[in-house]
Design a binder for this molecule. Structure first.
Ligand code: NAP
Length: 250
């Protein structure tokens, strides 16, 4: 039985309602004792479904709605949650929420540029910055940022997305050096083509020819790496970006 005065240790997964974020929630619930905060933006039914899957593997979780882009909203929602959960600390942050708005740069609308940057890069800032002082006081933490092969190699048709993910990779490296002394690691994982709603429209048959593994990846294959990075076992890895791409680019 847990001591009622014990601090409730939590992990927040942004964009936990679907795809990779959902798989991360299920894997964290399987491998760890963290109480999970399953964030979603608009898809409550999908978030509730993730919650059900998490509970099926014996995990404890709740859903929490906020748009990572909305700095005020993030602050207000997370502050209220902290007020209501004074005995809790968010020790693991998985900045997973992300979108694509693909198109050639010459046709790219300003909002397609800013929406993508705002979600991945400002989302990382809004959520991580909210918790950082508490993590520093806690002297332990794990921050894991979902980036992409596009942020490393650049992908034509995805100048916005490549810029957003590349910036998060640079932020990962910088923040890691700032806070390593406090036992807080900051790492990124960079998936290639993973089967989710985001890649549903892509032609896997065509594209898999350029992937050495000859297939798209599964969200669970990303989730295992996130779960390792969220564990104490990864304590001497920080500022790192781990590729999960079937050999497409390393
Ligand atoms: P997905 O299936 O489209 O799911 C996106 C998730 O992000 C959903 O849970 C969505 O919430 C959430 N989200 C989007 N905008 C948000 C916002 N403003 N605030 C809060 N949550 C938001 O995508 P995915 O493939 O799982 O991608 C997850 C991450 O992996 C993204 O960062 C993506 O860039 C990255 N990634 C994916 C691939 C791939 O091949 N799939 C490859 C490389 C990197 P709702 O359900 O409420 O809409």
């Amino acid at each position: 039985m847990a001591d009622s005065k014990e601090i409730k240790k939590c992990a927040l997964i942004t964009g936990g309602s679907r795809g990779i974020g959902r798989a991360v929630c299920i894997q964290l619930a399987t491998d760890h004792d963290y109480h999970l905060l399953i964030n979603y933006n608009s898809n409550k039914d999908a978030a509730l479904e993730t919650l059900k899957f998490v509970e099926e593997v014996g995990g404890s979780a709740e859903i929490i709605q906020f748009d990572v882009v909305d700095a005020e909203g993030v602050k207000a929602t997370l502050s209220k949650w902290e007020d209501d959960n004074a005995d809790a600390i968010v020790e693991v942050i998985v900045n997973n929420a992300g979108i694509t708005k693909d198109g050639l740069f010459m046709w790219m609308k300003p909002e397609d540029w800013s929406d993508v940057i705002n979600t991945s890069l400002n989302g990382f800032f809004n959520v991580t910055n909210h918790f950082i002082q508490k993590l520093l006081v806690n002297k332990y933490g794990r921050i894991i940022n979902m980036v992409s092969v596009s942020g490393l190699k650049g992908t034509p048709g995805q100048t916005n997305y490549s810029a957003a993910k590349g910036a998060v990779i640079a932020a990962t490296k910088a923040l890691a050096q700032e806070i390593a002394k406090r036992n807080i690691t900051v790492n990124a994982v960079a998936p290639g083509f993973i089967k989710t709603d985001m890649t549903r429209e892509l032609n896997e048959k065509e594209l898999k020819r350029m992937i050495p593994a000859n297939r798209f990846g599964e969200a669970e294959e990303v989730a295992h790496v996130v779960s390792f990075l969220a564990s104490k076992k990864s304590s001497y890895i920080t500022g790192e970006t781990i590729n999960i791409n079937g050999g497409i680019y390393s």
